[in-house]
Design a protein around this ligand. Structure first.
Ligand SMILES: C[S@@+](CC[C@H](N)C(=O)[O-])C[C@H]1O[C@@H](n2cnc3c(N)ncnc32)[C@H](O)[C@@H]1O
Length: 376
C-alpha cells in the first residue's frame, strides 16, 4: 500500500500490498477502501473492531497502520486467511513444512475411495493424494506454520487451468459438484491437469514472500467464532478495564438472503476438515439468512453489544446493502442502540461489474450504502 494524495493505492512493491489480498472470499471490502476508512476515522493506538470480519481487510488495514485490529469471523476459511496475514510464519518454516508434506504424500497413498467422483475429476491422483495428506496433517487451528501454509494452499486450491491445483474452476467461489462435473464433461475437460505440486506451490509461496512479511501491531487478531457469543465477553473486558474501548467499528454484516459464505467455499472448507460436499456445519448463522427473524436477531445482538464497547468519541462505519429489508433492519437497530449519534449515509451504487455479474448474473443490483454514526 502507498499513500498517494491522501488515498491508499495498492502496491505490489511492499509486503502489505502483497499480503492484503489473502485470500479469495466473497463480498469483500475493496482493499484500498479498508485502508482509507481506517486512516480517516481512527488514530494510531486505537482499537478498530470488525465483528463480521470475513477475510479481515478491515483488521489487516488497522493492524498495519499502528492501530489494534480485532475481528470475529464464524467461517473458518475467512479466519485462516485473516490469521495468515496477521500472524505470518517465516518463509523458511513454511517451505520446510511444505516439503515434508510432499515427501509424506509421496511415501504413502491415501485412500480417496470415500470421496465423491467430483474429486477425481477435479484433481489428478497425485494432487489429490497430496491434498488428503495436507488436510489430515496440517494443524491449522493451533500451529502458525501449518496455518500459514494452509492459508496459502487454500488460495490456489482451485482456479483457472494451470493457475490453481484443480481442473478449470473459478478462484473466488467453488461451484456445486454436479454443476462442475456436467460442465467439465460438456467442455471435454474430464481429465484433471497434472500440476507439479512442489514447483507450483513453492513458486506461489516465494512470490508472496518476495517483499517480506507485513509488520502488524502485536495484539491484532481475528477470533474464530460467533459474534453473538464473543462480543458479550469483550464487553465485559471493556467494562472492567482489561480491554480498551473501540474507537472505530468498521464492518459489513452479511446481507439478508444473498450469500451463503459456507456453500460458496465448500471445497476450501472440505480442506479445513469439513464434509466433501456443500452444507458446512449447518447453523442458523451459516446460511444465506433466508429467515428475516434470524437476521434481525443477529444484527440486534451484535449492535447491542457493540454499543457497550464503543468509546464516547468513536465512529461506527457500517457498509450494507441498499436492499430494502437489509438496509431498513440495519438502520432501525443502529438507531435503537446509538440513539443520540449523528447519522450520515453515503450511497454506493455498484460502479462496475460485481462478483455476481462475473458469474453470469446480469440483473441490476441495488448497490450498497455506508452508514456512518458519530456522537453529536
Ligand atoms: C459481508 S461479509 C464481510 C466481508 C468482509 N468485510 C471482507 O472484506 O472480507 C460478512 C461476514 O460475516 C460473517 N458472519 C456471519 N454471521 C456471523 C456471526 N454470527 N459471527 C461472526 N461472523 C459472522 C460471514 O461468515 C461473512 O464472512
Amino acid at each position: 500500500m502507498k499513500l498517494v494524495n491522501g488515498k491508499f493505492k495498492r502496491s505490489m512493491s511492499n509486503a502489505i500490498g502483497r499480503w492484503a489480498a489473502v485470500g479469495p472470499y466473497y463480498a469483500m471490502f475493496p482493499l484500498e477502501f479498508a485502508f482509507d476508512i481506517v486512516n480517516e476515522y481512527s488514530e494510531p493506538g486505537q482499537l478498530v473492531l470488525d465483528p463480521f470480519a470475513g477475510r479481515a481487510s478491515s483488521v489487516f488495514a488497522a493492524a498495519t497502520q499502528d492501530r489494534i485490529g480485532l475481528g470475529i469471523e464464524i467461517n473458518p476459511l475467512g479466519w485462516v486467511y485473516a490469521q495468515t496475514k496477521l500472524q505470518t510464519a517465516s518463509q523458511r518454516n513454511v517451505e520446510k513444512r511444505l516439503k515434508s508434506l510432499i515427501e509424506m504424500s509421496e511415501a504413502c497413498v491415501q485412500e480417496p475411495m470415500e470421496l465423491p467422483e467430483f474429486f477425481r475429476m477435479c484433481y489428478s491422483e497425485k494432487v489429490l493424494n497430496f491434498l488428503i495428506t495436507a488436510r489430515k496433517e496440517l494443524k491449522w487451528k493451533s500451529r502458525k506454520v501449518d496455518r500459514t501454509l494452509m492459508g496459502l494452499l487454500l488460495i490456489h486450491l482451485h482456479g483457472k487451468l494451470g493457475e490453481g491445483l484443480s481442473n478449470q474452476m473459478r478462484q473466488t467461489k467453488a461451484m456445486g459438484p454436479k454443476y462442475s462435473m456436467d460442465w467439465w464433461r460438456k467442455e471435454n475437460l474430464i481429465t484433471p491437469p497434472e500440476i507439479p505440486i512442489k514447483e507450483f506451490l513453492l513458486g506461489k509461496i516465494r512470490r508472496r514472500y518476495s517483499k517480506g512479511i507485513p509488520i502488524v501491531t502485536e495484539q491484532s487478531k481475528v477470533k474464530l467464532g460467533d459474534s453473538t457469543q464473543i462480543l458479550p465477553k469483550i464487553a465485559k473486558m471493556v467494562d472492567c478495564g482489561r480491554q480498551q474501548p473501540c474507537s472505530l467499528l468498521f464492518t459489513s454484516p452479511p446481507y439478508q438472503g444473498v450469500t451463503n459464505y459456507h456453500d460458496d467455499q465448500w471445497l476450501r472448507l472440505w480442506m479445513l476438515r469439513g464434509d466433501p460436499k456443500p452444507g458446512y456445519g449447518v447453523n442458523k448463522y451459516r446460511d444465506k439468512f433466508s429467515s428475516k427473524e434470524v437476521y434481525h436477531e443477529l444484527l440486534e445482538s451484535v449492535f447491542k453489544n457493540v454499543s457497550k464497547i464503543m468509546s464516547e468519541d468513536g465512529t461506527v462505519y457500517v457498509r450494507t446493502s441498499a436492499r430494502k429489508f437489509t438496509f431498513d433492519t440495519t438502520i432501525e437497530i443502529l438507531e435503537q442502540y446509538f440513539p443520540s449519534w449523528k447519522r450520515e449515509i453515503k450511497e454506493k451504487p455498484f460502479p462496475q461489474k460485481t462478483q455476481t455479474h462475473l458469474f453470469g448474473d446480469s440483473a441490476k443490483k441495488p448497490g450498497e450504502k455506508d452508514i456512518i454514526l458519530t456522537k453529536k
